[in-house]
Design a protein around this ligand. Structure first.
Ligand code: DQA
Length: 148
């Protein structure tokens, strides 16, 4: 059974009330509940982590090396400048998929660039909550193909 860590970065704990016109009105707890159900259908085991702190996210990524097989990550604003999170993903050498609720390519220019994307398998953005589910499906499929 594949183990996946789902990491959400800064301000994503405020989903539901944070800029609902941009991010929707679903809370992070509901996103995680839905993902849990999708995970059970896919027969994989999910763990969830949210932090507003770069170092805490890096520590959790390091832990994933021991405990998980893959990473689903919405790094929030760290997407655009955290070389340290990028390096941590590269260092743990686990397949990762980057998720964004909003279409980062259709917003302010500074959001269009992700320093994380080059160390990920792929990026899902602009599809709202379902993006997490699609990312999870893609990650599990990747892990199963790797084993074949
Ligand atoms: C986000 C996009 C980022 O630019 C922003 O800083 C976020 C959320 C998204 O899910 O659309 O915090 O990652």
């Amino acid at each position: 059974m594949e183990k996946i860590i789902v990491i959400n970065g800064p301000n994503l704990n405020l989903l539901g009330t944070r800029e609902p016109d941009v991010y929707g009105s679903t809370t992070l707890a509901s996103i995680e509940q839905r993902l849990q159900i999708v995970g059970e259908d896919l027969r994989c085991k999910l763990a969830f982590f949210q932090s507003n702190h770069e170092g805490a996210i890096i520590d959790r990524l390091h832990e994933a090396r021991e405990h998980e097989d893959g990473i689903l990550i919405n790094p929030g604003a760290f997407t655009h400048y955290s070389i340290a999170i990028r390096d941590a993903i590269k260092a743990v050498a686990l397949p990762a998929i980057e998720i964004h609720l909003s279409n980062i390519h259709a917003r302010e220019a500074f959001r269009a660039h992700s320093v994380i994307a080059p160390v990920c398998l792929g990026q899902v953005c602009g599809l709202g909550v379902i993006g997490y589910e699609l990312g999870l499906q893609a990650l599990v499929r990747h892990l199963r193909n790797e084993k074949e």
